[in-house]
Design a protein around this ligand. Structure first.
Ligand SMILES: Nc1ncnc2c1ncn2[C@@H]1O[C@H](COP(=O)(O)OP(=O)(O)OP(=O)(O)O)[C@@H](O)[C@H]1O
Length: 232
């Protein structure tokens, strides 16, 4: 589904990302972890053609994201609040996104309604502009917009950040059900190792731009090794 080849991105002399090869299969839930500055967000920005690579490329369904537009039709993403449109109310924003992805009005309503618990009474049917929402709720608005299109690929940068514990648990359930119902390939970054290990089928550990561990989340030993890395 996603293939990375010889991808490098430098800022000055500092190499922020250096991934010789990576393949992500359809339906995987990949947790990207690593300490501050490890290169997670830069990797996502390269995957979404928000940054130009110095070398190498990212392919989605075999096509280079920097040369072909098709990936945009089936990829949902939320990196930061720059993705939002501040002069809309959340409902106007979801309506706008739904139209871009050619959803009918009733489909938009039905899909947004699935996020009622996650929105905890603070986002839907509010006559308030996105710019006036708290960081946590802005993040939720971006995540709902990315997920409501039922993307084939979903990329979320630190989706558990800013969320209260109930919303973090609901976030986990939403990711699992999108993956189960739509077969969505999900890549998310997080500093919360417990949520990452709960939700991911595979974990990638980054350090100074390199992926230094790539493990299947199918044995307690694999997860224990990841936790040990952060204890040092
Ligand atoms: N636009 C930029 N200009 C210069 N350096 C940058 C830029 N963007 C990122 N970097 C540097 O690249 C490195 C990787 O940053 P990145 O944001 O990808 O890390 P991260 O793993 O997402 O970190 P965090 O967990 O703190 O969000 C860091 O050293 C960062 O300072």
């Amino acid at each position: 589904m996603i293939e990375i080849n010889k991808l490098t991105k430098k800022f000055g002399v500092y190499t922020a990302v250096n991934i010789p090869e990576l393949k992500i299969e359809k339906g995987e839930i990949v947790g990207l972890i690593g300490n501050n500055g490890a290169g997670k967000t830069t990797t996502f920005r390269l995957m979404l053609d928000l940054l130009e690579a110095d070398r190498g490329n990212v392919l989605m369904k075999g096509k280079d994201v920097s040369k072909d537009e098709e990936w945009k039709t089936y990829t949902g993403s939320f990196i930061d609040s720059n993705f939002l449109i501040d002069f809309f109310t959340p409902d106007e924003y979801f309506g706008f996104i739904g139209k871009v992805y050619k959803l009918k009005n009733n489909e938009i309503k039905e899909r947004v309604a699935m996020f009622e618990k996650f929105a905890s009474g603070e986002i839907l049917n509010q006559k308030k502009y996105i710019r006036h929402f708290s960081s946590g709720n802005r993040q939720k608005i971006g995540i709902i917009a990315a997920m409501m299109i039922h993307p084939e690929i979903l990329i979320l940068d630190e989706p558990f950040n800013f969320l209260d514990p109930s919303s973090q648990i609901e976030m986990k359930h939403l990711l699992q059900s999108l993956n189960a119902q739509c077969g969505t390939t999900i890549i998310l970054s997080s500093h919360n190792l417990n949520y990452v290990s709960d939700v991911s089928s595979r974990i990638l550990l980054m350090e100074r731009g390199d992926i230094i561990q790539d493990v299947k989340n199918n044995t307690p030993e694999n997860i224990a090794a990841i936790f040990r890395y952060f204890e040092k």
